[in-house]
Design a protein around this ligand. Structure first.
Ligand SMILES: NC(=O)C1=CN([C@@H]2O[C@H](COP(=O)(O)OP(=O)(O)OC[C@H]3O[C@@H](n4cnc5c(N)ncnc54)[C@H](O)[C@@H]3O)[C@@H](O)[C@H]2O)C=CC1
Ligand SMILES: O=C(O)CCC(=O)C(=O)O
Length: 404
């Protein structure tokens, strides 16, 4: 998918073929196997990855995913999206990603801590505050970042908060980071809504995935007057055309099962095809495909998730006049505030939540407007425009460094 997206953007850019070829592959991929002692005394060996795609612009950056479906190929693609996300957001970073194939929900707290520390110890040689800076992704959270920061700091004998972002605030995390991905996504949606004349007051919203990204996006859109009619997680989906009671949904999710909200349930696959104004895929890749895209009715699809739409589906949505705010723009609020966290760690100067949110707002509006203007100028969709901006920047950095 990402290689096809690169090729599509390259058609509109005058950059040399060798530069495109460099961007189509990650620079390096580390595969590690590390032992973790389980609570019953046995040892399990886990396979983990850290893939660094391109570091022309600066140190690489990107989250760590703990999910049973993680593969090396998936992590490679996610590392590539990170380079272009940082490029479109104008951050001084290249892209990377990490992952372990594991179901963290099947582990005890102690096992999860040993897994997190074991992974960091295994990849410590390739990460660092001026090398590669991890962060949270699916099924990892501030506590996991805290354990990893501690392990790295102990290995180096120096308190090193800048090695990882998304940490608990008390050990150098940034205020506003937990909400940043959803908040940034909502800013992009608000800009897009203005462009197509959609009133957010009363607009209907469906959100696939009710974690860090999806839950915050739902909450903030509800604050803006939208009606959140459907949400889902890995266990199933809720739908109420008159609007879900979000605080009650959140309570059900926090108590262990989203579906305990009530009988307003639908099949998870139906959520994407609901007649809503705004659809937010906020779970995993490849959920909007050539098969279901013709039935998607939303006016705006805002990709909080990475890679939710296949290139074939992209073409179909475009032909249907549906506005897709691409992942590398829509979810770039997370890495933008991660960058703010890293700056705060390196300077020891800590900002208020208001300051973080205001800077995020400015960054998102600027990135969105730049993408929109490029799309209009070249008569391309927003994803192609976002890739064009990012690829041009990466190319210029590679040229300035004498790589091409
Ligand atoms: N956390 C962050 O800062 C960022 C996350 N993202 C992307 O956002 C997406 C979600 O990540 P997070 O919210 O961080 O993860 P999370 O672990 O906080 O939440 C994931 C959510 O997706 C749900 N889910 C899993 N499988 C599902 C399925 N088949 N159908 C419906 N829901 C399903 C889970 O139940 C959970 O509610 C991912 O694609 C991630 O790469 C992108 C940028 C930054
Ligand atoms: O916050 C970060 O550094 C990266 C988050 C991430 O993994 C993503 O944007 O997909």
């Amino acid at each position: 998918m990402v290689q096809e997206q690169i090729e599509r953007a390259a058609e509109h850019l005058g950059i040399p073929r060798n530069a495109v070829e460099i961007m189509k592959r990650p620079k390096q991929a580390l595969i590690v196997h590390f032992p973790v002692r389980m609570d019953d005394g046995t040892i399990r060996v886990f396979e983990g990855y850290r893939v660094q795609h391109n570091d022309a612009i600066g140190p690489t950056k990107g989250g760590i995913r703990f999910h049973p479906g993680v593969t090396l190929d998936e992590v490679k693609a996610l590392s590539m999206w990170m380079t272009f996300k940082c490029g479109v957001a104008g951050l001084p970073y290249g892209g990377a990603k990490g992952g372990v194939a594991v179901d963290p929900h099947s582990l005890s707290e102690g096992e999860l801590e040993r897994l997190s520390r074991g992974y960091m110890e295994a990849v410590a040689q390739v990460v660092g505050p001026d090398k590669d800076i991890p962060a949270p992704d699916v099924y990892t959270n501030p506590q996991v970042m805290g354990w990893m920061m501690d392990t790295f700091s102990r290995l180096h004998g120096t308190f090193t908060p800048g090695v990882i972002t998304g940490k608990p605030v008390v050990i150098g995390g940034s205020l506003g980071r937990s909400d940043a991905t959803g908040r940034g996504c909502v800013t992009a949606i608000a800009e897009a809504a203005k462009d197509i004349g959609l009133q957010l007051q009363g607009a209907s919203v469906a959100v696939q995935g009710f974690g860090n990204a999806g839950r915050t996006a739902a909450k903030l859109l509800a604050n803006l007057g939208c009606k959140v009619v459907a949400v889902s997680d890995s266990k199933g989906a809720l739908y109420d055309p008159s609007g879900l009671d979000l605080p009650r949904v959140i309570r059900a999710k926090e108590a262990g099962n989203l579906l305990d909200y009530g009988p307003q349930r639908i099949d998870s696959s139906e959520l994407l095809e609901l007649d809503v104004d705004i659809l937010i895929p906020a779970a995993l890749e490849g959920v909007i495909t050539g098969a279901n895209a013709p039935r998607i009715k939303a006016r705006i699809v805002a990709e909080a998730a990475n890679g939710p739409t296949t290139p074939e589906a992209d073409r179909i949505l475009h032909d249907q006049g549906i506005m897709v705010i691409p992942d590398i723009l829509a979810n770039s609020g997370g890495v933008t505030v991660s960058y703010f966290e890293w700056v705060q760690n390196l300077t020891n100067d800590y900002w208020s939540e208001d300051e973080v949110n205001q800077r995020l707002q400015r960054a998102m509006v600027k990135a969105y407007r730049h993408v929109r203007q490029t799309a209009d100028q070249h008569q391309v969709d927003l994803r192609t425009a976002a890739f064009m901006i990012a690829m041009q920047r990466v190319y210029e950095a590679m040229k300035a460094r004498g790589w091409v």
